[in-house]
Design a protein around this ligand. Structure first.
Ligand SMILES: C[S@@+](CC[C@H](N)C(=O)[O-])C[C@H]1O[C@@H](n2cnc3c(N)ncnc32)[C@H](O)[C@@H]1O
Length: 227
């Protein structure tokens, strides 16, 4: 991992706005990340695993983006609500016309009671973008929307040298930053953490009745059940 220590220039609030702006500009090209040849074996395994994971459940898809993963499980779920802060990605998700699925604008760091109550949640590639100091608050607000016994799947990236975008900064809050370039040449500083199994267990373990960790070549999957 390439790293250099620099004085952080970005604070919470500004960093959240930067993340939203980055994904707004990236919306039309977002799903190219799922076309990378070296990741196809992993992705096929994950799509198979997620397809039936939420069968007959009411699912909250947190930071759902363009609905790439929503489309994999919506056909088997009882209902799905996808929430994202970005109208541009939601437009693409809605264009998929998924059955029993509603996409709505909202802040994943401040999940509203109005979203409803759910018996499952999918959190795809969002955990890594949450500042470490906000993770506990995020987990608690998510769990407030979940029924007892709810099933949660967290899915995110492993850091793979040569494939992942290098880390250019580790700030004094313990968060890692990448510089990403979009096809229009624009450059974006993006908070992106790569948690270890122990980090997830420390936060989620005491709040769950069972956990399961799965490490692939490019991705990690952590699912758990609420008591
Ligand atoms: C890496 S993408 C993941 C999208 C989708 N879950 C997937 O796995 O393909 C991160 C998503 O977080 C959304 N996002 C950024 N800030 C957000 C916030 N505060 N609340 C909700 N969504 C946010 C972005 O618009 C983007 O769609």
């Amino acid at each position: 991992m390439t790293q250099r220590e620099v004085t952080p220039t970005v604070r919470t609030g500004a960093s959240e706005a930067m993340l939203r702006e980055y994904y707004e500009r990236r919306a039309p090209e977002y799903e190219r990340i799922y076309q990378r040849p070296e990741r196809q074996t992993d992705l096929a395994c994950l799509r198979r695993a997620i397809a039936h994971r939420f069968a007959e459940l009411n699912v909250l898809d947190v930071a759902c983006g363009t609905g790439y993963w929503t489309a994999c499980f919506a056909g088997h779920a009882r209902s799905v609500v996808g929430v994202d802060a970005n109208p541009a990605v939601l437009d693409i998700a809605r264009g998929k016309a998924l059955a029993r699925t509603r996409f709505t604008l909202g802040d994943a760091l401040l999940l509203s009671e109005r979203l409803g109550r759910f018996d499952a949640a999918f959190v795809g590639f969002w955990w890594s973008h949450v500042p470490k100091r906000d993770l506990e608050r995020f987990v608690e607000s998510l769990h407030q929307l979940l029924r007892p016994g709810a099933r949660v799947v967290l899915l995110d990236n492993l850091f793979v040298p040569g494939s992942s975008t290098p880390i250019v900064e580790n700030d004094d809050q313990g968060d890692a930053w990448q510089e990403r370039v979009l096809s229009d040449g624009s450059r974006h500083r993006v908070l992106k953490n790569f948690p270890q199994y122990e980090d997830l267990m420390a936060l989620v373990g005491p709040r769950s009745s069972s956990t399961h960790w799965w490490r692939l070549d490019y991705y990690w999957w952590f699912d758990y059940t609420l008591p």
